[in-house]
Design a protein around this ligand. Sequence first.
Ligand SMILES: Nc1ncnc2c1ncn2[C@@H]1O[C@H](COP(=O)(O)OP(=O)(O)OP(=O)(O)O)[C@@H](O)[C@H]1O
Length: 917
Amino acid sequence: MEVIESRAVHDSNLASRKAQEAAWRRIQATEWLESIVGPLGIPKEPSEKDFISCLRNGLILCKAINKIQPGSVPKVVEITRHPSQSVTWDSQPCAYQFFENVRNFLKAVEGLNLPVFEASVFERDNMEVGSSTKIVNCVLGLKEYKERKQNTEGNGNGYFKHTMRSPLIMHSNGRIPKPVAGLDPNKQLDLGTNCGKQPPSQSDAQKLEDSLMKALTECMINAKENLDGNLLSSILNGNTDSVKWFSRILSSALEEQLQYKFPELNPIVKDVSKEGSRSTTSSEARNGKSCRACLNKDDCNHWQVFQTQEKKLQNLKALLSSTKAEFGDLQSQLQHGLKHMASQVEELSTAAKGYHKVVKENRTLYNMVQDLKGNIRVYCRIRPAFRTDTKNVIDFIGEDGSLVVLDPSKPNKDGKKLFQFNRVFGPTATQEEVFADTQPLIRSVMDGYNVCIFAYGQTGSGKTHTMCGPSGASRKDMGINYLALSDLFDLSNSRKDVIKYELYVQMVEIYNEQVRDLLTGDSATMSKLEIRSCTAENGLSLPDATMHAVKSTADVLNLMKSGQVNRAVSSTALNHQSSRSHSILTVHIHGKDASGGTIRSCLHLVDLAGSERVDKSEVTGEGLKEAQYINKSLSCLGDVITALSQKNSYIPYRNSKLTLLLQNSLGGNAKTLMFAHVSPEGDSFGETVSTLKFAQRASSVELGAARLNKESREVMDLKEQVETLKRQLAEKEPQSAQTVNRLEPRSPPSQKPKAIPMMMDRTPPRSRRLSIENKCPPKSPNSRPKITKVPSFVLPKTPEPPQVSIRNEIIISSESKAVGIANGKSSSSSSSHIRKSLRTIGKLINGSEKRIQNQKMNEVVVASPVMTSVGRPSRRQSLTGIQPSRRTSLGGVENCRKGAKTPPPVVNSSSDMKKWM
Ligand SMILES: Nc1ncnc2c1ncn2[C@@H]1O[C@H](COP(=O)(O)OP(=O)(O)OP(=O)(O)O)[C@@H](O)[C@H]1O
């Protein structure tokens, strides 16, 4: 009950407050209109009816707007009537004119973006309460517009913004409206009823205003406490006006806040204000969501738009912060990942380094094993591709010497072929890289080993490039021939205090099965060279070829140039500078140390002619003949390699000049290296595979351990002693010569110097080539001496008699022999003395050689774990367990008889050279 009563009281308060506000605004409007167009003829505090009636003809309104904005209503219809004639809305001609004025006024007002009203309000005879409100708003809007305009003109910024302030806001600004004293709020709904009849006097009007302000103030103070509750209950009760009113207050406050807080949004707010006058819906306005620019509009949705935008902004902000967080996470993850990756890369690089080191070590060890076994070392070199129209057949090059080629006609798994060599040089390998790997082998020639390097491969695959370098090459592009000799000179210089070296060069070619000297100007001798057995007296296979002493790389260059000029070269379809012969550059090295010990070794550098398919090389006539000779000799080389790899008893060296000349390198005691050259082009696939197969076969050939051609002074003395004793024995006891020969345990009968023919029909004995596997050599009756099997890896125990005792024994032997002869003792007693001496000397030579080798081995072990070329024999011995005595000749006889390829020591002069030859 109480609630109902309080609500009734509240309602009546609210209605009174509204009426007061409306009346106050009407007075304001009237005052202002009068100030613009003059007296209106209505009371100062007009009723709604008075106010509307006065403005009905539109004349006052048009005049007012034209004063503010001249020309806004260009044509104002003046009403002419008799003063006695009353103006009624019903009189048709007047009504139409009224309508024209009002319509023009409203258009002009709309153009100024001011609140408008409906023209029909003037047509209604029965006026409802609040009918004038919109007209009053319009007039006050006009008033405000004028004030603004004046301000703007004063400020000169040209900006006008219509702001419609509610009485409460004005109140808050300190402009407290004067209460209307003694005015019953309930009665003030229609002020016109009280004051419409007679215009009040100035004092009455003042009184009225004062009383009105008073009443309003009282009313507001009374209502103040209940404002929130009243408003709330109004909203609850669906009091639309209250809600609207409050929402407008809120909107304007919000707009102010917006403009203050977000100045950048001002243009938007301005636009929204304009737009809002057209699009805001009344439902939104009911929800209290309209902008201040649209206070008088019911269809403003800017608040909602703003809220939506704000929501979106909030969402975007949230999205931004979550994205930032995610980004931060990702960044930290990335950094973590990068760190992890860096550590993995580091690990990998360490592993790779280790891997490379291991591969290198493996290769070194593999090469060492191959050296020990005496295998032909095989390197493969791939020429860069010159043509791009065919597929590249090289599929993979492994660091461990593996090579995979791919058949271009079968580009799947079946087309792949794997080969294994000591090393594979790819197309980008430089001359120096190739040489660097060959250098240790070449250097071993200075230690007394015979070395042979030969280049094999299809025509145009780069053999001459590897051995000689391209024509007109600079120092950098020089081939192995030049680099090797240059290196030998360097080594010779660095060792000159210990050992004196002399280097001699021969250069020959085998052209159409004729051996020709390339370093002679005499064309007659060029084609008359005969290959001698390696057991010939001077130890040279080609004693008739000119021998040139070289002292510097310049000498070598000159010789090589003249040799190249003389070499048979012609142009084919496959190589415009195709070598039509096998060229052999032989470097003979003679060394003598301070004690008188000697080294004799030789280095063969062979550039073979290229195998070719005559249909491809398109050669005819002489060229065809050359090609046939080349192919035949290469096929003979293949036969020899096959026989050697199969360990056949018969090796067909004699079938070609090439194999005969290379006999010692292929099946003798040399260190041999073969460069297998291949072209990467797809159309050479057949030849490439055939070259690789050949090379693979060659790599399986076991030559046995290479022999060191070095003799110490001690051994040489002992050998001389043996020779003297032998001579004496022969003089004394010719028949006992056979016995003496028997005392030489390692001299097979076939090695007797005079019994050896110029060309050996049979394979030279290979008794000295032992593999580390201790395999028995192939059975070959008569020619092969029996090899005692020695357990592997056992160091032989060699008695090492002191130096003094050696000498003493020799002296004693000699003396006793001399005494025997002098005393005329029986020849048998003398012979037995000589035999005893020989036995002793044999033992001493063995012991001496062994001592030297052991000493070297110790040096190697102490010096470095890496095997040096000097240390190889010692290491080989330790690994194989072969006694030195079995690896060297007794008193050098064997060496002499077998006819080592290296010549005997020579002195510098050319006359001595001739003697030697
Ligand atoms: N590794 C390489 N790098 C650059 N060019 C190369 C290489 N190998 C070969 N060549 C070039 O390929 C061409 C043929 O090479 P080269 O004359 O050495 O072949 P070849 O095997 O000796 O041929 P032939 O057997 O017909 O004499 C030459 O022009 C040579 O310069």
